[in-house]
Design a protein around this ligand. Structure first.
Ligand SMILES: C[S@@+](CC[C@H](N)C(=O)[O-])C[C@H]1O[C@@H](n2cnc3c(N)ncnc32)[C@H](O)[C@@H]1O
Length: 280
């Protein structure tokens, strides 16, 4: 008999409704085989025979960690340093110089950036390196912080550890490797403390009713996350991101994603870059 988990149509419907309600992710019927392939191993490890029994387990886990495991199997945490580099150039060329100017005039001016769906950390560390490079000595004078959130505990654990194999750092500018990393085990490098200390990693479901933030962000990176969401969930998320963006602040999405013009509250700036109107 095949090792692949057998999923009944009714079970698949229950699972896809559940995933949609909790995460806003729409699993079409074509994803049934993919789901069976991805869940087979997990269910074997747990000694659980059917998808229904697994959903009971997910629902009955008060820590939410099996829910996060489940989501891990459905989505992908793939990421890399300086992915879609346009956004980092835009930070260096446009966003950060403006904030430095304001901070020189007003010492209470903070810099807040949110990496929403930070996966294994490459994105927030790229943001922190960009800020350290662009701000230079000003970084010491500005209250700067990067919030990095994801639903996946496994991805967050890797992100917090901040140790990457050399192969992942191949495309990093040589000077960045020397300045912002320290050698770790042979063949891997750890992010330097001065970069780490700029980032706070937290678990957060982007489909949550409300976000637990006090202030708002100058820039929100929410890239390659909405690809899993349907239009309704995407609109809802964009509204929440908008509320968390400072007037005059920016939203960066993945270059393969798009926002619907009819419902998007942000102004379009350039591909995958949007701005909230008003003055900071
Ligand atoms: C492909 S990765 C993108 C990582 C990074 N932003 C980039 O562009 O390289 C997508 C991430 O979104 C996270 N994710 C998916 N749905 C989520 C949700 N409802 N709440 C929070 N994170 C979610 C996944 O766990 C995954 O780590």
């Amino acid at each position: 008999m095949s090792d692949l988990l057998q999923i009944r149509d009714s079970e698949f419907r229950t699972a896809s409704d559940f995933i949609y309600e909790r995460f806003g992710i729409k699993l079409t019927d074509q994803k049934k085989v993919l789901l069976a392939g991805r869940l087979s191993k997990r269910l074997r490890v747990l000694g659980i025979p059917t998808l229904s029994a697994y959903l009971d387990r997910v629902n009955g886990d008060p820590t939410g960690s099996e829910l996060a495991e489940f989501l891990n199997l459905i989505t992908t945490n793939h990421s890399y340093f300086f992915r879609e580099n346009d956004h980092f150039r835009f930070l260096t060329g446009t966003v950060l110089p403006g904030i430095v100017r304001e901070a020189r005039a007003d010492p209470s001016r903070t810099l807040r950036i949110w990496s929403a769906g930070c996966a294994t950390g490459e994105e927030p560390y790229s943001i922190a390196m960009t800020a350290a490079d662009a701000l230079g000595e000003d970084l010491g004078r500005i209250d700067a912080g990067i919030l990095a959130t994801d639903i996946s505990l496994a991805a967050l654990a890797t992100a917090r550890e901040g140790v990457y194999p050399e192969a992942k750092l191949r495309d990093l500018p040589r000077s960045y490797l020397q300045r912002f990393f320290v050698p770790d085990e042979p063949g891997s490098w750890a992010v330097a403390p001065e970069i780490r200390k700029l980032i706070l990693f937290k678990k957060l479901n982007l489909m949550a009713e409300r976000f637990p933030f006090k202030g708002a962000f100058d820039v929100v990176f929410c890239r390659n996350v909405m690809i899993y969401f349907d239009n309704e969930s995407r609109d809802r998320l964009v509204r929440s991101l908008y509320a968390a963006t400072r007037p005059g602040g920016y939203l960066f999405i993945g270059h393969s994603e798009s926002l619907r013009r009819e419902t998007c509250p942000y102004e379009y700036v350039s591909p995958a870059t949007y701005r909230k109107g008003g003055r900071p």
